[in-house]
Design a binder for this molecule. Structure first.
Ligand code: TRP
Length: 431
C-alpha cells in the first residue's frame, strides 16, 4: 500500500514586489518542495489578506500580478500543484463564517497582530481600538479557513505565524467537537535552515527597511543595488572579513559550496570590494536571468496569467466545494425537505435524552444531560477544556452510572436511577 499523501499549504500576501530575500527565504524552497513525491502542494495568493493592509486597488492588482508571475517564473508548475487566488474561492469566505461561529472572541483578543495595535494605542493614550478594523481582528479566522478548506497537514511558515496555525488548529478542534470529525488539524512547520538574507545595509532584507534588491528588477538596477551594498573601508589588497559581510552572505545564498570557498579565499587575499560585487552580480544574474524572461513575458501578458489562475481556482474548488457542503449539512444549514423534525419518524428519533455542551462566561466548559422531554437531569461543574468535558461525557455514557465522575451534579428532584435509565435509553437508541 502506498503511504498517505501529505498536504502542504502556503499563502502569499499580495502586497509589494518580491525581492531576493523573498526568493531565497520562501519562493525557491517552496518551488523545490513542490516536487516532492507523496505530497500535494497548495500555493495561493492571499489577496483578501492583502486588503487588511492596503486600501489602494491599483496596488493590490499590480502586486497580485507581479507575485503570481514571480512564482511561475521561479518554476512553480501549475499542473503539478494547486495554484490559485484566494478571492476566486467563494468557499473560503463561507468557511470563514462557519469558523467565526466556533471561535471565542477572547481567543482573537490574544492574536499578536491585533494585540500589537492595541498595545501601541494604549501606549499613545489613544482609544484601544483606533485603527483596528474587523479585518485585522478576524485575520486569524480567514487564515484558518484557507488552511482547513484544503485539509492541509503542514504549513511551512516563519516563527511569526506559528500562533495563527495554532489558532487554526483550535478552531478545527472546536468545530469537530461540536459537529463531528470534518476538519484536519494542521501543524506549523518552521524550517530553521532557510537562509535569512541580509539587505543592502546588512540588516535583514525587508521592504520596511528599504534595503532590498528586487528579484526581477531590470538587470541594470540589480547591478546598481548590488554595487550599493554597504562594505567596510578596507582597500584593495587588504584582507577582508567574511564574518558580518552582507555581500558574502548574499553570495553564499546563491553559490555552491565550492564557489563560496573560492570567495572566502579571495577575501583572505584582499579582493577589491568592486570586484567582489561584480562576482556577486554575475552569480545572481546566472540564476535569475533565465527566469526573468518568463517573468517579463507573463507581466506583459496578464491574460495568460489570468487563465492560469482561473484554471487553478477551478481545480481548487473541486476540493473546497464538497467540504463546505458537508459542513453546512453538519451545522444544520440543510435542505428543508430532509430536515429533522419534518416527518413523524424524525420526531421520534429526536425524542431521546441527550448531552448539551457549552462554554460559560467564566471561560470553563460545561455540559448538561437532559431527558427525552428536555428535562434537566445532570449539570456538570466547569472543565478547563472541551476535551476534559468530552471525556467526562464519554465515561458517563460508557459506565451508564453517575459514579464515573465526581464533577457532575444531580438536578433537583432527580434520582441517580433516573439518570442511569436515561443513559441506557440513549445507548439503546444507538446514540
Ligand atoms: N498570514 C500569512 C503571512 O503574512 C499569509 C497567509 C494567509 C497564509 N493565509 C495563509 C500563510 C494560510 C499560510 C497559510 O505570511
Amino acid at each position: 500500500m502506498s503511504a498517505p499523501v501529505v498536504r502542504y499549504l502556503t499563502g502569499i500576501t499580495t502586497t509589494g514586489t518580491p525581492h531576493l530575500g523573498n526568493y531565497v527565504g520562501a519562493i525557491r524552497p517552496a518551488v523545490q518542495a513542490s516536487r516532492r513525491a507523496g505530497t500535494e502542494n497548495f500555493y495561493f495568493l492571499a489577496d483578501y489578506h492583502a486588503l487588511i493592509k492596503c486600501d489602494e486597488p491599483a496596488r493590490i492588482q499590480r502586486s497580485t500580478l507581479e507575485i503570481a508571475a514571480c512564482w511561475l517564473a521561479a518554476g512553480l508548475d501549475p499542473a503539478q500543484v494547486f495554484f490559485y487566488r484566494q478571492s476566486d474561492i467563494p468557499e473560503v469566505t463561507e468557511l470563514t463564517w462557519l469558523l467565526t461561529c466556533v471561535t471565542g472572541k477572547g481567543v482573537l483578543n490574544r492574536a499578536h497582530a491585533y494585540k500589537a495595535q492595541v498595545d501601541k494605542n494604549t501606549a499613545a493614550g489613544a482609544d484601544v481600538d483606533a485603527d483596528v478594523t474587523m479585518g485585522l481582528f478576524m485575520y486569524p479566522v480567514l487564515m484558518a479557513a484557507d488552511i482547513l478548506m484544503f485539509k492541509a497537514h503542514r504549513i511551512p511558515v516563519g516563527r511569526d505565524q506559528i500562533q495563527h496555525i495554532e489558532m487554526a488548529r483550535d478552531m478545527a478542534q472546536s468545530f469537530n467537537h461540536l459537529y463531528g470529525e470534518h476538519l484536519v488539524l494542521p501543524e506549523a512547520e518552521v524550517d530553521e535552515s532557510v537562509a535569512l538574507l541580509p539587505g543592502l545595509d546588512g540588516r535583514k532584507m525587508s521592504k520596511s527597511y528599504d534595503n532590498v534588491i528586487g528579484l526581477f528588477a531590470p538587470r541594470e538596477q540589480v547591478r546598481k543595488s548590488i554595487f550599493s551594498i554597504v562594505t567596510d573601508s578596507r582597500a584593495p589588497g587588504e584582507p577582508k572579513e567574511v564574518e558580518g559581510s552582507a555581500l558574502f552572505q548574499i553570495y553564499q545564498a546563491f553559490a555552491s559550496a565550492e564557489e563560496t570557498a573560492q570567495l572566502r579565499q579571495a577575501y583572505a587575499e584582499g579582493i577589491a570590494w568592486s570586484e567582489a560585487k561584480q562576482m556577486l552580480f554575475d552569480r545572481i544574474d546566472r540564476e535569475i536571468a533565465p527566469m526573468r524572461a518568463r517573468y517579463d513575458h507573463l507581466v506583459a501578458h496578464p491574460d495568460e496569467l489570468e487563465r492560469i489562475l482561473q484554471a487553478g481556482a477551478a481545480k481548487a474548488r473541486e476540493r473546497a466545494a464538497p467540504l463546505v457542503r458537508e459542513m453546512r449539512e453538519a451545522v444544520g444549514l440543510r435542505n428543508l425537505a430532509t430536515a429533522a423534525g419534518g416527518g413523524k419518524k424524525d420526531k421520534a428519533k429526536a425524542a431521546v435524552p441527550g448531552f448539551k455542551q457549552y462554554r460559560e462566561g467564566d471561560g470553563l466548559f460545561y455540559f448538561k444531560f437532559v431527558d427525552a422531554q428536555g428535562k434537566l437531569l445532570l449539570q456538570s461543574a466547569g472543565f478547563a477544556s472541551p476535551k476534559e468535558a468530552g471525556q467526562a461525557i464519554a465515561s458517563l455514557r460508557q459506565t451508564q452510572a453517575l459514579s464515573a465522575t465526581g464533577l457532575t451534579l444531580l438536578a433537583d428532584g432527580v434520582s441517580a436511577e433516573q439518570v442511569a435509565a436515561a443513559l441506557k435509553a440513549l445507548a439503546d437508541n444507538g446514540n
